[in-house]
Design a binder for this molecule. Structure first.
Ligand SMILES: [Zn+2]
Ligand SMILES: [Zn+2]
Ligand SMILES: [Zn+2]
Length: 465
């Protein structure tokens, strides 16, 4: 990815391997030892703390003509499995190409586009930034991310950025996290009528305001809620449910915040059921099959639809919110870290349940691709919506409860002072200088590059490479 002019001058370390190759060291420790050895013992003299953040430069080590190095490289090859990625599974053996041919009549355009975007993530064809270190002449090329809805690289960047911006966007009041669910009989209805996803999200705020105003005598309160749609279950099945981050209380007519420490989420179950079923009824075509189903669901769930409060449901520390959000609220259908095994025909991944036990699920490659892409939302569909006191229209009214909102950098900002976002040199740690950027041809219908975060610039996101 980048060339270090000093590479050739790296001197070989003449130290021998510490005699630690004891037979019964678990693989985990062996690996750690090798990592330590390579990084700290054979490390080039130009080491800086920043160096560690970069990928290993194997050729440097392999050039050194010492048998122990070959041995280490060999062991490393055996002990370190290349990490499994969603992208690899799609690319390997033309899995995606084959899937496209077989399923060509059932694929949505947005599914094809998002997968193709993911497959070109960080390709030189998408464009890149070039930086130069004026200190040691190291050149660094940083590729653009794809921002595909199913790209695990870019997904993580998005989550990190969103979580950080959330710290500033939330009111200085305690918040609650709750999960609102609908019964399984409604899942296929939502899957086949995707517009119901928004109807579902809209129903949440009405139910919340009802619940929060329930005990307040001085009129209706307006809560602020951030609603995130999860279309999937942990097993990657289609199971639409909502995660809500809601103020613990609401604003009255005088714009004062009325704190309601006790939110009767259990009592909310019936309100939630009522709001979902009546708004679905209004939104669906007037067919007997739907009205029968809706009446049945009123009768069958007399206690209302299930509302679930996760363990750390009460969030009072805004600093911890970023971590919390990444863990519970915004995560991909399956993260690369949850992929366990892929043998060319089947994929095994795991999920953890409430008490932390791991469950393994095995699917054929075709089922896996199908399961993953069904969760790609329609183009321009917003998976996160801001309601009540958080809705953009009226949020300003309550600004005294806000810290400050941060303005997102635009591409124009970048052009005015490109060095503001320059990374530090991987070699010597000096701040690098922006040289130029090259942007790939715009892909069909692609809205890309008007906001700087779209470019997945390294200084705007902690995880790159
Ligand atoms: Zn990407
Ligand atoms: Zn969820
Ligand atoms: Zn440098």
């Amino acid at each position: 990815m980048f060339a270090t002019p000093e590479s050739e001058s790296f001197s070989q370390s003449s130290e021998t391997i510490p005699s630690r190759a004891q037979p019964k060291i678990p693989v985990k420790y062996t690996r750690r030892l090798l990592f330590w050895y390579i990084h700290y013992k054979l490390r080039p003299p130009l080491h800086t703390p920043f160096y560690q953040d970069q990928p290993y430069i194997y050729p440097v080590y392999l050039d050194i003509p010492s048998p122990e190095i070959y041995l280490i490289a060999f062991l490393l090859g055996i002990l370190t499995d290349a990490p499994l990625t969603v992208r690899h599974i799609f690319e390997d053996n033309h899995n995606w190409g084959a899937f496209r041919i077989v399923e060509k009549d059932n694929l949505r355009d947005v599914e094809i586009n998002e997968v193709n975007k993911m497959l070109s993530c960080k390709d030189a064809s998408r464009g890149f930034f070039t930086y130069l270190c004026e200190h040691c002449r190291t050149k660094l090329i940083v590729h653009f991310g794809c921002n595909s809805r199913i790209c695990s690289n870019c997904g993580k960047n998005h989550t990190d950025k969103w979580a950080r911006s959330l710290q500033n966007a939330l009111f200085n009041v305690p918040h609650r996290h709750a999960v609102l669910t609908i019964p399984d009989a409604l899942w296929p209805v939502v899957k086949n009528n995707r517009f119901l996803q928004k109807v579902l999200m809209d129903a949440a705020i009405v139910a919340i305001n009802d619940t929060i105003s329930y005990r307040h005598r001085g009129g209706r309160l307006r809560a602020g809620a951030i609603v995130v749609l999860h279309p999937f279950s942990k097993k990657m099945g289609f199971n639409p449910h909502l995660h809500i981050l809601v103020t613990e209380g609401g604003f009255d007519k005088q714009d004062n915040f009325i704190h309601q420490k006790y939110i009767p989420f259990n009592a909310m179950r019936k309100t939630w059921q009522y709001q979902v079923l009546t708004s679905f009824k209004a939104a669906l075509p007037k067919e007997a099959v739907y009205s029968v189903l809706i009446n049945q669901l009123f009768k069958k769930y007399r206690k209302g639809f299930y509302v679930y409060l996760p363990k750390e449901a009460r969030i009072t520390n805004k600093k911890r919110i970023a971590k919390y959000v990444a863990r519970y609220i915004r995560h991909p259908a399956v993260a690369n870290t949850r992929l366990h095994r892929y043998d060319g025909k089947t994929v095994t991944f795991w999920y953890g349940d409430h008490d932390g036990t791991r469950h393994f699920v095995t699917m054929t490659v075709r089922e896996f691709i199908q399961a993953l892409i069904q969760h790609i939302p329609d183009r321009n569909f917003k998976m996160i919506r801001y309601y009540g006191a958080y809705s953009r229209r009226i949020k300003g009214r309550y600004s005294k409860h806000l810290q400050r909102s941060i303005k997102q950098a635009t591409f124009d900002d970048f052009l005015k002072s490109p060095n503001k976002w320059a990374p530090t040199c991987p070699n010597c740690g000096e701040k690098m200088t922006f040289v130029y950027y090259e942007k790939g041809p715009p892909k069909e219908n692609e809205v890309f590059g008007c906001k700087l975060p779209d470019w997945n610039h390294p200084m705007l996101s902690p995880s790159y490479n």
